[in-house]
Design a protein around this ligand. Sequence first.
Ligand SMILES: O=P(O)(O)OC[C@H]1O[C@H](O)[C@H](O)[C@@H](O)[C@@H]1O
Length: 545
Amino acid sequence: MSSLTASNAWKALQNHYQQIQNSSMREAFNHDTQRHSKYAVQLNDILFDYSKNRINDQTMPLLRDLAHYAELPAKIEAMFTGVAINTTEKRAVLHTALRNRGNQPIYVDGQDVMPDVNAVLEKMRHFCHAVRSGEWTGYTGKKITNVVNIGIGGSGLGPKMVSMTLTPYSSDTLKVHYVSNVDQTNIIEELKGLSPETTLFIVASKLFSTQETMINANSARRWFLDSAQDTSAIAKHFVAISTHSENVAKFGIDTDNMFEFWDWVGGRYSLWSAVGLSIALYIGMDNFEELLQGAYEADLHFRNTPLEKNIPVIMGLLGVWYNNFFDARSYVLLPYDQSMRYFADYFQQGDMESNGKSVDLNGDKVDYSTGQIVWGQPGTNGQHAFFQLMHQGTQLVPCDFLAAANSHYHLPEHHDVLISNFLAQPEALMRGKTVEEVKQSLTAEQQHDVELVASKVFEGNKPSNSFLFEKMTPKTLGTLLAFYEHKIFVQGVIWNINSFDQMGVELGKILANAILPELKNQDVIQSHDCSTNALINAYKKLRQS
Ligand SMILES: O=P(O)(O)OC[C@H]1O[C@H](O)[C@H](O)[C@@H](O)[C@@H]1O
């Protein structure tokens, strides 16, 4: 038994779970009209309401005991101060330094990282100004009109999600495109209609060796040179974002056109670094810095607020509560905002790559469940797709609802309807609908149809958090993203795992590299298990060239 599950704090939560597992949130709300104010926290314009959770007055203190058992406050401090908490890779974890708008020194190996952080921000500012103003031109003297970010995982998902969310802040004359998949469909479709004369490629890769990114970057270069016919023109159309200048030079991008970041920035936490260049080009550097400011304010909140009012801590502890005591295996992110359509995709990497681990910091196999499965899509679309399971299925799926009180656009009717749904769904999930309530809405004959009545009952008691904010601004987005990042960290600390490596992505890559040469010839392959052999041989038969 691990020391976590043997701890008094864990056992106290198990006992508490036994006591309250069947208690009803609907009744709790009926008895306590102060429940919302008891379980809500506000930061700036963001209201976080966690009152629709399966908790009572004892739950959060018991969860906080667990946080103290795991030494959460000290671990938060260790992260912010540059301790090498990525223990397998022996690295600091300092995405917070990238948005340290207070500019206090932060030391890694005795050296303050802030001058380098600020220098790259300055370089980004100059570059964005040059490109957006038209000062920076393509090889035929034309202004850049399209930016194509080539990068995968942390070097693609974050910039894409943020850019799409903040489209209302974008320039009318500069479009951004994202290419990540090695499936050629991605790059071919994104390049359709673009002109090499006015297209700028950003090749973003922490190590600049990721297979998908390098293949896409090579195809982009060929597409460009087919028109430009002159390798000296590459300098005006290709920039690199990386920690690895040697690999950038090897690829053929002038390191003057390289924006640097550092190994203490995890890929999935890198949108705040130069990896955010496509965002800054799209929405302007001032708005990019507003995004950083929002995250900085969340960082200050996370670092300095007592656990009981600390939004990411509460989010993380509730996640542990459902994952480890209610056996909830997933949670769903439901932004009622079409612009946030990649939010769940982004945190799939953020959460599942961080906390999908089964050994603890001592190298021992854990005897409790860790990373949760994250999924979701914007409301109201999800309501007409998967909400059925959330309301009446057998799985408990905790939900996060997010919405802005104001849209950037002004069509009549839409926004109140959107928000009425954002408000109604958590209410329905919490309240449910009893047999008596069902019968009231049926005819006398229908009331005797046992199956019909049963099918219309909603058990309710389904937990959710709600975030309501004034408007989706760069700053608000920055704050929300940092909340979720820190939530992931909190859970990793409780589970005693390293949230900052990702060894699990390696094996498949190695095996793919072994298979690739086997696809290059006509030989019948027999070197794998019979299933893999058969699939390889079937592919070789089916492919047309
Ligand atoms: O930025 P890169 O070095 O190209 O890495 C891109 C991505 O690939 C890896 O396989 C990791 O799973 C991700 O964490 C990373 O974000």
